[in-house]
Design a binder for this molecule. Structure first.
Ligand SMILES: NC(=O)c1ccc[n+]([C@@H]2O[C@H](COP(=O)([O-])OP(=O)(O)OC[C@H]3O[C@@H](n4cnc5c(N)ncnc54)[C@H](OP(=O)(O)O)[C@@H]3O)[C@@H](O)[C@H]2O)c1
Length: 306
């Protein structure tokens, strides 16, 4: 009997008391003598990440307005990669589902995804279905589309009124909910920052984006504002030769970056609120530059003072 007990002590963990047959973690020997030894489990990296994944998968939802867009669907993809639950909104439910499912291995991730139909011109009551505690962040990645270039009221209606309505609805629902707003390089100097200021020829788009930024800042919601450079030329493989750079507000007026890279910055901002909260960041990618972890780059961006 005594020898069985000593044998169990020899091989079990002093922390969880699991013998090797019950616990697959490696064990570190803390003390060893000819009669007895004490060991402690060292959870493997994979079991730690599995635990983290379970916590995330059961708890935290990110709501993405504009999830059907070319940037939005990549944001959804990056978030589910990190095992967040994601609620993705677009104007047409079926199309939203389709464009997102084309990007994501739904077989593995479908339990993390839900979709909803939403139009910027309508008041939103979407928040009522979530408990404020269960939502990690709201992302607004909507924008007047290139398909509507002839209607110059679109930037006012979507980039300003649409975002304003989302900000107001979020604040009424949970004034502590982090809100991530996507605008554009040049938004801080809509009429004097060249060449980006030329974008204003389309319905004053940078002017309206700046109004929505101001509205968010003044709302008191915890915010992060992300201003990407030009997205049209860079494909998803842009990051192979071009490394992402984060800059403080009102310093960049040209440059490109891929939608995938911006989506990664957005997901990183959500996962690291202590580094990203209260900041306006401009994002481009540099050819031939070396990779710098986003974590280090966020640290160099000052908190915005209006
Ligand atoms: N293109 C660039 O070079 C560039 C550069 C810097 C910043 N940005 C900004 O980055 C953001 C995303 O750009 P993107 O290229 O991904 O745009 P996109 O593909 O055109 O996506 C725009 C999103 O906004 C949604 N939207 C448009 N009108 C709406 C309305 N009335 N109600 C609800 N949703 C509406 C679209 O929904 P549907 O799918 O239903 O149409 C779509 O999800 C925009 O704010 C854009 O201005 C773009």
């Amino acid at each position: 009997m005594t020898s069985v007990f000593i044998g169990y002590l020899q091989s079990s963990c002093i922390s969880c008391f699991h013998s090797p047959t019950h616990c697959w973690n490696r064990k570190k020997v803390l003390y060893s003598s000819p009669f007895v030894s004490f060991r402690r489990c060292i959870p493997s990296k994979s079991s730690l990440s599995a635990r983290k994944q379970r916590i995330l998968a059961t708890g935290e939802t990110v709501i993405v307005f504009g999830g059907s867009g070319r940037l939005g669907r990549r944001v959804v993809g990056e978030l589910v990669k990190q095992n967040y639950r994601v609620a993705a909104g677009g104007r047409n439910l079926e199309r939203t589902k389709q464009v997102i499912q084309e990007r994501i291995d739904v077989a593995h991730k479908s339990n993390l995804l839900e979709y909803f139909e939403w139009k910027a011109t309508e008041r939103t009551s979407w928040f009522q279905k979530w408990s404020p505690d269960a939502v990690k962040a709201v992302v607004a990645v909507i924008g007047a589309s290139g398909n509507s270039l002839l209607d110059i009221t679109q930037p006012y209606k979507i980039d300003y009124l649409g975002n304003k309505q989302l900000i107001d609805a979020t604040k009424a629902w949970n004034p502590n909910c982090p809100f991530i707003l996507i605008t554009s390089l040049g938004t801080g100097k809509p009429f004097t920052g060249f060449p980006t200021a030329l974008l204003n020829l389309y319905g004053g788009i940078l002017y309206w984006k700046r109004k929505s930024e101001r509205h968010l800042i003044q709302s008191g919601l915890p915010f992060t504002i992300i201003r990407p450079g030009g997205l049209e030329r860079a494909q998803d493989d842009f990051g192979v030769n071009h490394k992402v750079r984060l800059y403080p507000a009102d310093t960049q007026f040209s440059g490109s970056v891929s939608r995938l890279q911006v989506a990664q910055v957005i997901a990183d901002a959500i996962s690291n609120p202590d580094l990203s909260r209260g900041k306006i960041v401009e994002v481009t990618a540099l050819y031939g530059a070396k990779e710098i972890p986003l974590h280090d780059q966020w640290k160099r961006i000052p908190v915005w003072v209006e």
